[in-house]
Design a protein around this ligand. Sequence first.
Ligand SMILES: *[C@@H]1O[C@H](CO)[C@@H](O)[C@H](O)[C@H]1NC(C)=O
Ligand SMILES: *[C@@H]1O[C@H](CO)[C@@H](O)[C@H](O)[C@H]1NC(C)=O
Length: 502
Amino acid sequence: MEKPISLFVVTFLFFLLNQSRAIVGKYNVLELGAKADGNTDSTESLLSAWAAACGSSKPSTILVPKGRFLVKRVQFSGPCKNKAINFRIQGTLVAPSGHEALGNAGYWLHFQNVDGVTIHGGILDARGAGLWACKAAGNGCSSGGATVCKIDQIVLHRLTLVASLPTANCFLGSSLVVTKQKQRNSLDLLDLFRYTKLFFVFFYFFFEPWGNAVVSEILRTHLILGLNLTLDLNSRDSPGARCMAYSFDLVCRLGTKTLGFTNSNNIAITRLTSLNSQMYHLVFIGCNQVKLQKIKVLAAGNSPNTDGIHVQFSSGVSILSSRISTGDDCVSIGPGTTNLWIENVFCGPGHGISIGSLAKDFEEEGVQNVTVKRVKFRNTQNGARIKSWGRPSKGFVKDVLFQHVTMINVQNPIVIDQNYCPSHINCPGQVSGVKINDVTYRDVHGTSATEVAVKFDCSEKYPCSGIRLEDVKLTYQNQKAKSSCANAAGTALGLLEPASCL
Ligand SMILES: *[C@@H]1O[C@H](CO)[C@@H](O)[C@H](O)[C@H]1NC(C)=O
Ligand SMILES: *[C@@H]1O[C@H](CO)[C@@H](O)[C@H](O)[C@H]1NC(C)=O
């Protein structure tokens, strides 16, 4: 009788083994060809792990073991056949060196239309310092704010001669403008070229084509590019006239965000570190129910546009027990954010926790129900900030609470700025249409690095209302700090230093 029993046991064990395989699909990138040497391109293995996990009807785990894995731009697209895909990252994903390698917009790692994705552990090293340096040098990279790219910051890239035409054809069917002009212009080229990089330029030559370097230099120094193609044919003599068509990429490098989730739900990320992003580190747009816990963001205090976590058009996002040290906002909260919860977060260096900037557009969604609790700012430009540009907008901010906040050497601990214009160039200069109501600051204490510790600069047309200050104690170099109010109304309760100006 013994044999049948052991046979039964073996069969049962097999059954169990198969069951456990059936419960979770496991995809180890090493087994799919990735190399943990930091040099071999492991993008394909990560993509095939994703394809398998996303295509499986069972919960799946993608394992990235210890070591450094070189990964190029990756798009993880859903919808998937299951709602439980878990990335376990024990090692580091490293971006290719050279800031051009990640492209010029969008994300290094991008999840789109996914539901139920979790990421546990790991380091994302975007190696952004090269791009920051390029921005600082103004050499083909847009400096400062992300929206203006000056003409002398444009690099003509991959200039290729695509056709040589009889002069008359230059005017046929052309839809781009290239006018030959002497002066340089600081045209806002980014808006013009945001969606495409490839342009055809019809260029008039008297002689045989010049080398790329010469053409490039002429375009750079003598041309203003606009949307309408006209050619300067004022030259009297034109022996051997030719019209040359060139194609080139206009590159005004803004940089790439590290990790993005778009139109995705039920996302959980724990113990993830994002290092030296070219631009924003973690971005959530159009997402519902996102839980971020024990996140670390690290980038230089002077790195441009390296916001730690950006949330926009999203609801039910929580950011818990995290440390953010970066060159721009630690958390930036864009239009259409509702039910956001931030608790136990350290910020510094950085530009604080910021709602806005709003009033970028007239048709803009509001921000509602934001809770920021138990946060600490150290050596930051701002603490609790709300900012909007001075222009008409349908946007609004309401039901915001900042509670149990510690400020250490913060330049603007409490600030509402409705005349936001950081570069002081081309400021809209109008009255902000953003309506700000019901913002509470409760138990905020510490030190301000400037005399004005509390500043409410609200819209003339839509004054801030329902601003509540409760137990706010901020000092400035052991002196009394000041508060400043314009178009702000509300109530003040408890111990207040500086005295309220509401
Ligand atoms: C482009 O140029 C043509 C000819 O000069 C002009 O009629 C047309 O209105 C221009 N289009 C735009 C959008 O400026
Ligand atoms: C506000 O958001 C929190 C989550 O951050 C949520 O629990 C709460 O129900 C929301 N309140 C309202 C009135 O929607």
